[in-house]
Design a protein around this ligand. Structure first.
Ligand code: UD1
Length: 417
């Protein structure tokens, strides 16, 4: 079994580059089904989740190959409408293949998607969007079957700006005759990236990033070529590692606007952050102090994915901080493991109350993707040796996290028992 070995308590100094965004690459890979032909996706991160998306495309009949950071997907052949259960269970984003297959073949069948156990994670809004477009959705023996050979443009009003439901609505709407209006969509930058890719395929779509997206469906599409945006959560991870362990480092391909709420929180905690010609730099020399309350919210609010990362920083500071989680009900699972490193975290309802204190090395287990990254950050700041197990979770969203953190000056490497 692989684990990260960390010798913590050493200030960082170095630089690392942010790779392409998982949460952009996955919907874009699903969207390659919409236009038969060879798509070229640049800056596609090499993660276990993107490998799973490519395996799903292969299972559907597509030809896929990776050349460095570029992925080529030939979606000319795709007659199947079903995603194999084993692949569907590997990640949450497999749900996006429902919308893509519905658009491509008028039919999609799959079991419920897997992914990090952050709470209930229903997909009712995805299914309602398909129904609104005229698809028939049935659930039989734990399998979902969506049929919509003649989708029609409509107005989809989302009661909550769900990222996945917005993406699925966009994908299916591309095949629906006429105009579809999506009101109260998620405004995440990854949705803007999906729009950018679809436009490169000739899709008529406007408004991503605003409160109203309009898709003119039924337009013939052609293969696209697109470069995936840098991963803002990976960027936040590197920034938080520098903040927690202290020292100074530069992060290439970091975009300040994409991580604005994280920068605000880290500055308030005592970090100096500035833009450089290649990205962002962070310096932390003195003690960190308590901040809060920080409340997670849909974009442009504080991202729920960065919440565990910030908690790791605040755990090593001085003073009291609090974080309120409003998106997922089970997002503090890492707190128990963080305590093994000596962190003082108290959970109460939807909030975590953190009292900064010096941390010490320990053996900890990643239980989900961002929680695992948070433990790695805390281990870098903790005095002594730590071991982080459960790397399968971390590898879902980071392309060799240990290498990037070592480039930032961290004493961290991957070992196998
Ligand atoms: C996406 C991201 C994930 C990130 C999350 C929040 C991808 C592939 N995943 O997840 O990494 O952590 O956004 O930024 O981009 N909800 C419903 N019904 C639905 C759908 C969602 O009630 O049909 C609720 C969820 O339970 C949750 C909230 O809406 O409370 C947010 O979920 P959503 O924005 O859909 O997140 P995901 O797309 O799952």
């Amino acid at each position: 079994m692989e684990y990260f070995a960390v010798q913590g308590g050493v200030p960082l100094e170095g630089c690392a580059a942010v790779h392409g965004a998982k949460n952009s690459a996955l919907p874009i890979l699903a969207a390659t089904l919409l236009a038969p032909g060879e798509h070229i996706i640049h800056n596609c991160p090499d993660l276990s989740d993107t490998a799973a998306a490519l395996a799903i495309l292969s299972s559907l009949g597509c030809r896929v190959r990776r050349e460095g950071d570029t992925v080529l997907v030939n979606s000319t052949l795709c007659q199947s409408c079903g995603v194999p259960d084993t692949l569907m269970g590997t990640m949450r984003a497999s749900v996006l293949f429902l919308g893509a297959l519905l658009a491509r073949n008028g039919r999609a069948c799959a079991c419920w998607p897997g992914g990090c156990a952050l709470g209930e994670r229903p997909i009712d809004l995805h299914l309602r969007a398909f129904q609104c477009l005229g698809a028939r959705v049935q659930e039989r023996e734990g399998r979902l079957c969506c049929q919509g050979p003649r989708l029609r443009g409509c107005c989809i009003q989302l009661p909550f700006p769900s990222v996945g439901a917005t993406e699925n609505a966009i994908l299916a709407a591309c095949a629906a005759q006429g105009y579809t209006e999506i009101l109260n969509p998620a405004r995440e930058l990854e949705i803007v990236d999906l729009q950018g890719f679809l436009r490169s395929c000739g899709a008529q779509i406007w408004g991503a990033g605003t409160g109203r997206i309009v898709v003119q469906g039924g337009v013939p599409l052609h293969p696209g070529e697109y470069s995936v945006m840098p991963d803002r959560i990976v960027c936040a991870t590197y920034l938080c590692a520098l903040a927690a362990a202290g020292g100074e480092g530069e992060i290439y391909a970091a975009q300040a606007a994409a991580v604005a709420p994280v920068l605000e929180a880290l500055s308030a905690a005592g970090c100096q952050i500035w833009e450089t010609p290649r990205g962002l730099a962070l310096r932390r020399r003195g003690s960190l102090w308590g901040i809060g309350p920080i409340t997670t919210a849909p974009y442009p609010g504080f991202p729920t994915d960065a919440q565990p990362l910030l908690a790791a920083v605040l755990a090593v500071g001085r003073g009291e901080s609090s974080i309120r989680e409003t998106i997922f009900e089970n997002r503090f699972r890492y707190a128990c493991q963080l305590r093994r490193l000596g962190a003082r975290v108290r959970l109460e309802g939807d909030s975590a109350y953190i009292t900064g204190t010096p941390l010490h090395g320990a053996l900890v287990e990643a239980e989900d993707l961002r929680g695992g990254a948070a433990l790695t950050i805390a281990a870098l700041a903790a005095q002594g040796e730590s071991r982080i197990c459960g790397l399968g979770h971390i590898d879902r969203g980071y392309d060799r996290l240990e290498r990037a953190l070592a480039c930032l000056g961290g004493r961290i490497w991957r070992e196998e028992d």
